[in-house]
Ligand binder design. Structure first.
Ligand code: HEC
Ligand SMILES: [Cu+2]
Length: 317
């Protein structure tokens, strides 16, 4: 039945989450519909029964407490159930599986810049393999944008200076519209493109196209040398800087006594605003800021490289 309704009202369902989102949507729609019909019916019945001149009793009800408890308790149970249902869908949408392919997305007025782990870049287009979970690591280099793929039922703001993620598993081959869903200036309506979900053989053919030069990790490694990071963080550095091997995903003690997990945002901020969080036991004025010197795409490549560094102790090789 919901499949039939989806055909009528909603765009195609091309991701695994779409089914859950639609079920929730129709659940709410049916519930609201039942309540709306009930209220309208009550209005009509009361209009007729208590119309001027009718001889219905107009005396106030004496014992109203049981009635009030009933009409409070029933909606409470229904709303808590809805909360749990929606919460379950929300948590599913916010936690990408470990085997998800990570794709970098940078929004700017007015285009989407995409980079695959292989290093391959695209603009306003994303080629994906069917049934392979995808995690988009997203940021903006100017104003707030928003990645919206109706067929996947996923939508997430993309913010300057901050990372957000969006993940899904495409389950149907085809071309699906990609929109920017946050008004971002003149060219907003043109800021969109296509997501191409491909079968394994077509995807392999697309991948084999050799326009790719270096992988994200290789590009990050190159930047790490070229931008002087290795001069301080490398194994032969004479400077007192923390080694970066294996820090990703692990706790870091800060000079304030707090401990944070070294996630993408932490590393991003360490590079662009090094004064924000100082690692305990290290000088606070040594690491230069790369604000204005490294673009968001380059910072993402550096993060890709730092993520890939093994957990061996000592400096960066
Ligand atoms: C002049 C030396 C120097 C250079 C160049 C430098 N860093 Fe640092 N970096 C430091 C020092 C010192 C710290 C520790 C103090 C702090 O947190 O600011 C640090 C901290 C960090 C941290 C946090 C480490 C942790 O253990 O939590 C990261 C990530 C980082 N740097 C990445 C980079 C990257 C990427 C580059 C190149 C784009 C770079 N650094 C260039 C000296 C340097
Ligand atoms: Cu936009």
């Amino acid at each position: 039945m919901t499949a039939l309704l989806a055909v009528w009202f909603l765009p195609e369902r091309a991701s695994d989450i779409a089914r859950e989102v639609d079920a929730l949507f129709y659940g709410l729609l049916v519930l609201c519909g039942i309540i709306a019909i009930g209220v309208c019916a009550a209005v009509i019945v009361f209009c007729l029964r208590y119309r001027q001149g009718s001889n219905a009793t107009r005396q106030a009800e004496q014992k109203t407490i049981p009635l009030e408890i009933t009409w409070s308790a029933i909606p409470l149970v229904i709303f808590i159930a809805l909360f749990i249902w929606a919460g379950a869908v929300y948590f599913h949408m916010s936690k990408p599986p470990d085997n998800a392919t990570e794709i970098h997305v940078v929004g700017k007025q007015w285009m989407w810049k995409i980079q695959h782990p292989t290093g391959r870049r695209e603009i306003n287009e994303i080629h994906l393999l069917i049934n392979q979970p995808v995690k988009l690591l997203m940021t903006s280099q100017d104003v707030i944008h928003d990645v919206f793929v109706p067929a996947f039922r996923t939508k997430q703001d993309v913010l300057p200076g901050r990372y957000t993620i969006e993940w899904f598993t495409p389950i149907k081959t085809g071309d699906y519209h990609l929109f920017c869903a946050e008004y971002c200036g003149d060219g907003h309506s043109r800021m969109g493109g296509w997501v191409h979900v491909m079968a394994p053989d077509a995807y392999a053919k697309w991948l084999a196209d050799t326009s790719t030069t270096e992988s994200v990790v290789a590009a990050g490694a190159r930047l790490f040398q070229a931008r002087g990071c290795a001069g301080c963080h490398g194994p032969n550095a004479t400077v007192h800087a923390p080694p970066l091997n294996g820090i990703f995903g692990h706790p870091v003690a800060l000079s304030t006594g707090k401990t944070v997990i070294a996630d993408e945002q932490y590393i991003h901020d360490s590079i662009l605003q090094p004064k924000k969080d100082i690692v305990a036991g290290y000088p606070d004025n040594l690491m230069p800021t790369y604000q204005g010197q490294l673009g968001e795409e380059e910072v993402m490549e550096l993060i890709g490289y730092i993520k890939a560094l093994g957990s061996t102790s000592g400096g960066v090789p």
